[in-house]
Design a protein around this ligand. Structure first.
Ligand SMILES: NC(=O)c1ccc[n+]([C@@H]2O[C@H](COP(=O)([O-])OP(=O)(O)OC[C@H]3O[C@@H](n4cnc5c(N)ncnc54)[C@H](O)[C@@H]3O)[C@@H](O)[C@H]2O)c1
Length: 332
């Protein structure tokens, strides 16, 4: 399929943390972007945030051009009618069905019948959201990971009424956004990435709450074991690489002992009830001075560019590519 991004105007509705990084990603991929500010504060914050992302992306070598080159393709506005020419509109507003529904009705009033709509919801099932629209078959989940302009992650999620062909088109298109996407053909709460992560969070809470290890020790084990190989191979590739039979053997005895609680873990409940938010207010599973919190945010941003370089060096088809290079070397 030959797709030219500059011929595909995309709307982004909601210009908070993620809306801005999604808009940046789309601009860097060559799309004209109509960015809608549903609340007036977005009009102040969006351009400086996008500009900052574009500057850093150039500095890190993700793009070659200066920000102005991309910004000329960006319109930031409160006027939904400018979405008229968009072929895709991505909603990125607060995680509230009520707010999202009111946005969909405004978007649907102006867009073309063939335009696709999508939501960046973290956890509301797409099968529920699509029923808030008049044409559910053209509605999908597009679940990004922050910062969206550096991460390779993207889930394209079909709700039960979505047209799978349009889903496949989004999947193809997202390769041009620098993604290594996952197509979720059948809607499931939490989609794929979050289901995997939350299974791990549940076990982490269980280990700490039952005194097997501290928060620090669980984090260290995760960073230096799981964290090392995940970017290269994922779950199944890792089992293949290290010997499937061993896993088959361990599953029998280990699975029955893993946590399967459906209760809210006390550890997180206590923190949230005491007002803890994590790095953003200095109180979470760890405590942070304002200086440490600021440095963590900067370190996270720097790391997202570093890990991207590694991920780009080792894409999912790294071995196929190496084989092709070897064949070409032999031929020449
Ligand atoms: N932050 C993440 O890491 C992350 C990851 C994946 C998905 N998401 C999802 O993306 C969406 C946006 O998250 P975010 O982190 O960008 O949030 P955010 O708080 O940074 O931004 C929220 C935006 O919602 C819009 N908004 C707020 N009140 C509104 C109203 N009354 N009516 C219409 N729009 C309103 C505004 O544009 C605001 O900037 C959510 O659905 C969230 O679950 C977030």
């Amino acid at each position: 399929m030959s797709i030219r991004t500059k011929e595909i105007p995309v709307g982004v509705v909601g210009l908070g943390l993620m809306g801005c990084s999604i808009a940046t990603c789309l601009l860097m991929a060559g799309h004209p972007v109509i960015a809608i500010a549903p609340i007036s504060i977005d009009m102040e914050h969006a351009e400086p945030r996008i500009l900052k992302h574009l500057l850093k992306s150039r500095e890190e070598g993700l793009v070659n051009e200066a920000p102005e080159y991309y910004l000329k393709n960006l319109i930031i506005t409160e006027d939904y009618s400018l979405l008229k020419l968009c072929k895709l509109v991505i909603e990125c507003t607060l995680e509230s069905e009520e707010i999202k529904k009111s946005v969909y009705s405004k978007v649907e009033l102006v867009i073309d019948d063939n335009a696709i709509m999508a939501s960046n919801t973290s956890a509301i099932p797409i099968s529920i959201l699509q029923k808030l629209t008049t044409r559910p078959e053209r509605f999908f989940g597009l679940h990004w990971a922050e910062p969206s302009h550096t991460t390779r992650f993207l889930e394209v999620i079909c709700g039960e009424l979505s047209d799978i062909e349009k889903g496949e088109y989004l999947y193809e298109l997202s390769h041009l956004w620098g993604k290594e996407p996952t197509l979720v053909r059948k809607d499931i709460r939490g989609f794929i990435g979050n289901r995997l992560m939350y299974a791990m969070y549940r076990e982490a809470f269980y280990l700490v709450e039952n005194g097997y290890a501290t928060v620090e020790d669980v984090d260290r084990a995760c960073r230096n074991n799981t964290g090392y190989w995940m970017t290269l191979v994922g779950v199944f590739g890792w089992m293949d690489l290290t010997g499937v039979a061993a896993y088959h053997n361990v599953i029998k005895d280990l699975f029955p002992t893993l946590c399967n609680s459906t209760e809210m873990p006390k550890l997180i409940d206590d923190i949230v009830k005491a007002g803890g938010k994590g790095v953003s207010n200095g109180h979470g599973f760890y405590n942070y001075t304002p200086e440490e919190a600021k440095l963590w945010e900067e370190t996270f941003a720097d790391f997202s560019y570093e890990i991207r370089k590694l991920a780009m060096k080792y894409p999912a088809d790294v071995v196929k590519k190496k084989l092709k290079e070897q064949e070409e070397e032999i031929k020449s």
